[in-house]
Design a binder for this molecule. Structure first.
Ligand SMILES: [Zn+2]
Length: 236
């Protein structure tokens, strides 16, 4: 019997997610013809993976200061249920959003003071930024000690990240193709990092998840240097 599909974002349950029909002419293996979009809220696999992880880890905690980069509408309601004391949404390109809802800001030059936020969410942005390490260090800077950044990039099925520095052949605007070693860049920035593969915890078919591509990094800014070292040792 076919399993019922569940969308953790809008709680839709039904027979099948809708296809997306992305046509990667340069890479047959990446063609998506199967189930992808939620028929009610239009969420994609990466959005559902993020929601499952945030709920599982109860992130962010209530009454925190939140920074949401390239903010996905799918997460607005969820973040607002956490009664944030501040909720800042930023993007380099703000034309796509309703007027005055998102602040125009470049991730390599975040216009907030050090140690401002308790929680940051940034998905499918870093792979578009040539100086992605600078963007990571900016996220690190604006997080308060013990702050948490949930960072997502598409993880290509390759060992070593390919830094292209010009748009890749699949026309997705990616200037990096993050491989399995990409998480090391977060560690080099100073974060202690846990990596979660949601397709290991949840039935990929039931929740419409992609296998392998949506590994999510939960990055902790250490309280101080000693704690940071301790956490890093614990996670290796
Ligand atoms: Zn949905």
């Amino acid at each position: 019997m076919q399993k019922e599909r569940i969308c953790p974002i809008c709680n839709w349950q039904g027979e099948k997610f809708l296809p997306n029909n992305l046509n990667f002419s340069h890479d047959e293996s990446r063609r998506v013809s199967g189930e992808c979009k939620c028929p009610i809220c239009d969420s994609r696999p990466r959005h559902r993976a993020a929601m499952l992880l945030l709920q599982r880890l109860n992130l962010p905690q209530s009454n925190r200061r939140i920074l949401h980069v390239a903010p996905e509408k799918f997460l607005f309601n969820y973040f607002n249920t956490k009664n944030p004391t501040d909720y800042q949404k930023i993007d380099k390109y703000i034309e796509q959003y309703p007027a005055n809802t998102v602040s125009q800001m470049d991730l390599i030059d975040i216009q907030f003071p050090d140690n401002t936020f308790n929680f940051a969410f940034c998905s499918h942005v870093l792979e578009h930024i040539p100086d992605d390490k600078k963007a990571m260090s900016e996220l690190f800077r604006v997080l308060a000690p013990k702050g948490i950044a949930v960072l997502m990039v598409p993880i290509y099925p390759i060992e070593k990240t390919a830094d292209l520095y010009e748009k890749g052949p699949d026309s997705m605007g990616h200037v990096h193709q993050p491989g399995l070693d990409y998480f090391q860049r977060y560690r080099e920035t100073g974060f202690a990092v846990d990596v979660y593969a949601l397709d290991k915890f949840y039935d990929p078919e039931q929740y419409g998840l992609r296998i392998g591509w949506d590994k999510i990094a939960v990055c902790y800014k250490p309280k101080n240097k000693v704690t940071g070292l301790f956490r890093r040792l614990r996670h290796y």
